[in-house]
Design a binder for this molecule. Structure first.
Ligand code: AMP
Length: 487
């Protein structure tokens, strides 16, 4: 199977060729002809399979047939990052066509989006909340939509978007072609599919664990309070340049980011309490290797496509086993391979059992190496603590049997040269993280070196204020079923 045999326009073939794609992925081979033929499609595919091109390419082709101001194709995604990513892809695939792609999501000003809708677009990619806001304000006309895609439908359900999806569907004209992409099929997903797909072509490309099969998976059994030290050790010893780390909570993501920074590893957190600009910046810094570690909650990182991401770490195991597959699917994208490491504390054994049941195999446990328990000195402010450690801070080493010995940390090279991106550009994120660090009881450094403070009471209040401000700027939180979940 080759791209020209799929029936795509020369302009699209050219864009695809320039992307470097030589053969269609199975999901593309299965869905593109069906969508071009006007059929509704139910596709079982997760991110990493090339599913975005699978629906974007044929939709762009349909859109060349007529024109108008109001959007004629609508793609709904669960997260802002995925929306931005789909829009980027659509712009790339459509670069030789005269079509306009627009993207709308929460967390950023609504006025530019209203202006953009006034100017008009052909393909609109949106998260449900902001889409409904715009429609409610009369700033968006959805009556011309002929092609509708529900992307990552299972995630949409998880995040409690069903009522919003129903409301969006009511705003669409009945005559339209529908496509639904989902990594997993639950009864709810099937019910949703029945509600709005008409006689769909079903395309199931591979088992949902196909991506997982290409990822080298391993785990360390490690006490909870040693995880951060082990993680710092793995990153530094392995000279990892880019690692996506998953925590279960937003608070945990902030705390771990601070701890990694204290250990001399450039890091940023990405989760729903971060302002959109902070999320975009963290992702850009991570993609361009300006920071080594991106610490994310599962929901925020959902669907992120980061090229050739070599390492994914489950700092905490997810409660929902399918999320494990989603998480490690961030590596080994589009046929490449990657490594996923899980740090499993004793209380997480039940989650591990569920994951292994889903994978239908056990995950290899690696013996615990000897790793330092760092007594990180206080950072008065930026730059990060690695400089202080170079100056001779001490470290306790944890041995596999849990014993400790004192050693001087001789390593200081990690991350050198990557400092710049983690500096002032991250002021907002770090302010939030530091404000949490000052409040946490386990802040070893402030206890062990009482002469240092993190900016005194005044600075603390100021930073706590920054944290509160960043929390307020979150119109589309990480929710499930209308209530808070996981994070
Ligand atoms: P997606 O599943 O849409 O997030 O795509 C995952 C990655 O696969 C993206 O980086 C795409 O650029 C890439 N990709 C999509 N289609 C192909 C293809 N036919 N050949 C190689 N890479 C592809």
């Amino acid at each position: 199977m080759s791209f020209p045999t799929l029936g795509l326009l020369p302009e699209l073939l050219r864009a695809v060729e320039e992307k470097g794609y030589t053969v269609p992925t199975p999901i593309q081979a299965g869905t593109i002809p069906a969508i071009l033929a006007g059929r509704d499609v139910l596709a079982g595919a997760q991110t990493g399979t090339g599913k975005t091109a699978a629906f974007v390419l044929p939709i762009l082709q349909h859109l060349t047939r007529d024109a108008g101001k109001a959007p004629r194709a609508l793609v709904l995604t669960p997260t802002r990052e995925l929306a931005a990513q789909v829009a980027d892809n659509a712009t790339g695939y459509g670069r030789y066509l005269k079509l306009r792609t627009a993207v709308v999501f929460g967390g950023v000003g609504i006025n530019p989006q209203i202006d953009q809708q006034r100017r008009g677009c052909d393909l609109l990619i949106a998260t449900p909340g902001r889409l409904l806001d715009l429609a409610g304000q009369g700033a968006l006309d959805l009556t011309r939509v002929r092609y509708f895609v529900l992307d990552e439908a299972d995630r949409m359900l998880d995040m409690g978007f069903i009522p919003a999806i129903r409301r969006v569907l009511k705003l669409l004209p009945p005559e339209r072609q529908n496509m639904m992409f989902s990594a997993t099929y639950s009864d709810d997903i099937r019910a949703l599919a029945q509600r709005f797909l008409h006689n769909p072509v079903s395309v199931e490309v591979a088992s949902r664990n196909a991506t997982a099969d290409r990822v080298t998976q391993s785990l360390y059994r490690v006490p909870k309070d040693s995880k951060r030290h082990l993680l710092a050790h793995l990153i530094q010893e392995g000279n990892w340049q880019q690692v996506l780390v998953f925590t279960r909570t937003k608070h945990g993501a902030n705390r771990l980011t601070q701890q990694l920074e204290d250990a001399g590893i450039t890091a940023a957190a990405i989760h729903g309490n971060k302002s959109q600009s902070a999320r975009v910046r963290a992702l850009a810094d991570f993609k361009s290797l300006r920071i080594t570690a991106l610490v994310a909650t599962e929901v925020a990182a959902r669907g992120l496509d980061i090229k050739e991401l070599p390492h994914v770490v489950n700092y905490e195991l997810p409660n929902v086993p399918e999320d494990y597959v989603h998480r490690i699917g961030r590596t080994a994208r589009a046929g490449s391979t990657g490594a996923a490491v899980s740090l499993v504390s004793a209380d997480e054994e039940p989650q591990l059992r569920d994951i292994e049941k889903l994978l239908r195999r056990s995950i290899q446990a690696t013996p615990l190496p000897q790793f330092p328990i760092l007594n990180t000195p206080v950072r008065p402010d930026r730059p990060a603590a690695r400089d202080s450690r170079r100056d001779g801070s001490t470290a306790n080493f944890r041995t596999p049997n849990g014993g400790r010995s004192n050693r001087r940390s001789g390593r200081g090279q990690q991350g050198s040269g990557r400092e710049s991106g983690g500096g002032e550009r991250h002021a907002e994120g770090h302010a939030a993280q530091r404000s949490q660090a000052t409040h946490r009881s386990e802040s070893r450094s402030s206890q062990s070196v009482p002469g240092h403070s993190r900016g005194g009471e005044h600075g603390r209040d100021r930073r706590a204020g920054a944290q509160r401000r960043s929390e307020r700027a979150t119109p589309e939180p990480e929710r499930a079923g209308g209530s808070w979940r996981r994070a």
